[in-house]
Design a protein around this ligand. Structure first.
Ligand SMILES: C[S@@+](CC[C@H](N)C(=O)[O-])C[C@H]1O[C@@H](n2cnc3c(N)ncnc32)[C@H](O)[C@@H]1O
Length: 458
């Protein structure tokens, strides 16, 4: 009998997919079911039927997996953020290692990829240095601030606790929503382009103990600047901010979107430090919108792996492709003759050059634009090429060009095991050998995994 949508099926979950869904089999087909753990037996309704796989929605947990633990956060079933919180941290690490190894084996056709044990996070809770919260009036026409429930784009649930950023985030948001409600302020409504409050972003300097609070509003005037600052500086429930920023996001149909940023209190940037080694640290001035790795301490470990695996010599020219605000190249600069960084985001490149200047690093140069277009005619002959592309990977033109550059080493930093496997497979078919695969857990409690790979020219 042919399977129909909505049908109830019984599935034993055997694995976890990258993305967090549990995997089982039904009638010879792979089935993906959210909110399940290897070892669970569940009844689930079929929601999608494809020639090679099925998707189903969990209905009843018939037998829970022995791996299941009680999630720490009361928002776990509502919030989509921490999809791995229902298993112990050591199991999370094992799943992540398996994701990387399986992607390299099945998608990259590597037999026995040279995996190193995953670098765990010493503090798997309260590690994020940045979170953005949204405002909404929901259906009850009352102001709420927090995160979107799983599957919702506009509604938000009031966040009372969160174990990813600073411990005071719950009380801080609770006191702020009370403040905004008392002032009669409304959340911005996208379709009607009405209302005021859009988002609230909190950034932390993990090593500097600084905090920046960025309130993003609509085109409407924010009339309570002084009271807002006073409230944040005098509230007893939260850590005091060192910067309070108001960012107006002005969007009107038929007009170019504009942003006006105003420092209401303190410094216009957040200062964060990163330790390269025991005696050498770098300082970064991060503007409200600038990208910075969201887990400072784990980013130090990630970059240390890059530095060790790149084995840079004082005569080496290094390319830092997809360099963002330049952090990886700045970590490496003291070992190299010269570092050239390239990124498509012109603001990030401006920030990278400022970061180099602030740290007195003179042997780096940055250029904004598409990485492939910028390097295709250059003649620098780098000995080491470091790449840290977005989820989509390198792209055909760039990896083909890397083959013509013939650098002695390529260090590939990736946030997506599937595109990593594809790109490594291509590079290794054309003259490179994969020597080291080093997974690093940057985002405990979530399915995300970062990997650093070392490729050596044969
Ligand atoms: C994963 S981030 C890497 C950031 C940086 N390496 C770091 O550790 O902070 C990917 C970067 O690729 C950049 N990017 C995306 N497409 C690009 C392209 N075609 N050429 C150059 N840079 C690109 C983005 O602006 C972003 O900064």
């Amino acid at each position: 009998m042919q399977l129909k949508k909505g049908e109830l099926i019984t599935v034993n979950i055997t694995k976890i997919a990258f993305g967090g869904a549990g995997i089982g089999h039904y009638n010879g087909k792979v089935v993906f079911i959210e909110n399940t753990v290897p070892g669970d037996t569940v009844n689930a309704h079929v929601t999608r039927i494809k020639p090679s796989f099925l998707e189903a929605k969990k209905d009843t947990l018939i037998t829970p997996s022995p791996l299941r633990i009680t999630p720490r956060c009361t928002h776990f079933n509502t919030c989509g953020g921490c999809s791995f919180q229902y298993v112990d941290y050591t199991d999370q690490l094992r799943f992540k290692e398996e994701h990387v190894a399986e992607a390299l084996t099945h998608l990259g056709a590597f037999t026995n990829p040279p995996m190193r044990p995953i670098t765990a996070c010493n503090s798997p809770w309260f590690y994020r240095n940045k979170m953005e919260f949204s405002f909404s009036m929901n259906k009850d026409d009352t102001l709420h601030v927090g995160l979107h429930p799983k599957g919702f784009r506009y509604d938000v649930f009031d966040l009372r606790e969160c174990y990813l950023q600073h411990e005071d985030i719950g009380p801080l948001l609770t006191s702020l929503v009370t403040f905004f409600r008392e002032k009669g302020m409304q959340a911005y409504h996208f379709t009607e382009n009405a209302g005021l409050l859009r988002t609230l972003t909190i950034r932390e300097g993990i090593h500097t103990n600084e905090r920046m609070i960025i309130l993003t509003t609509s085109h409407k005037p924010f009339k309570h600047k002084e009271d807002f600052v006073h409230h944040l500086l005098n509230s007893t429930t939260n850590k005091k901010p060192t910067s309070i920023i108001l960012k107006q996001h002005i969007a009107r149909k038929g007009h170019r979107t504009r942003f006006i940023t105003e420092t209401l209190y303190g410094k216009p940037h957040l200062t964060e430090e990163m330790n390269v080694n025991k005696t050498h640290k770098l300082t970064f001035n991060i503007l409200p919108d600038a990208f910075f790795q969201p887990n400072t301490k784990q980013a130090e470990l990630l970059y240390k792996h890059v530095l060790t695996l790149s084995e840079i010599d004082k005569n080496d020219v290094v390319y830092d492709l997809f360099c963002g605000t330049g952090t990886i190249g700045l970590f490496c600069a003291h070992k190299a003759k010269y570092v050239f960084g390239f990124d498509i985001n012109a603001n990030a490149i401006k920030n990278a050059q400022e970061n180099a200047d602030n740290n007195g690093i003179t042997n780096v140069r940055y250029e904004a634009g598409d990485a492939f277009k910028l390097i295709k005619h250059r003649q620098d002959n780098p000995q080491v090429v470091i790449v840290d592309p977005p989820r989509s990977g390198l792209g055909e033109k760039l990896y083909n060009h890397l083959l013509t550059i013939q650098a002695q080493k390529i260090i590939y930093v990736s946030c997506n095991p599937a595109t990593l496997a594809r790109d490594l497979s291509h590079l290794c078919k054309h003259g490179y050998t994969l020597k080291v695969v080093q997974p690093v857990d940057m985002f405990p409690q979530t399915y995300h995994i970062e990997t650093v790979c070392q490729l050596i020219k044969q």
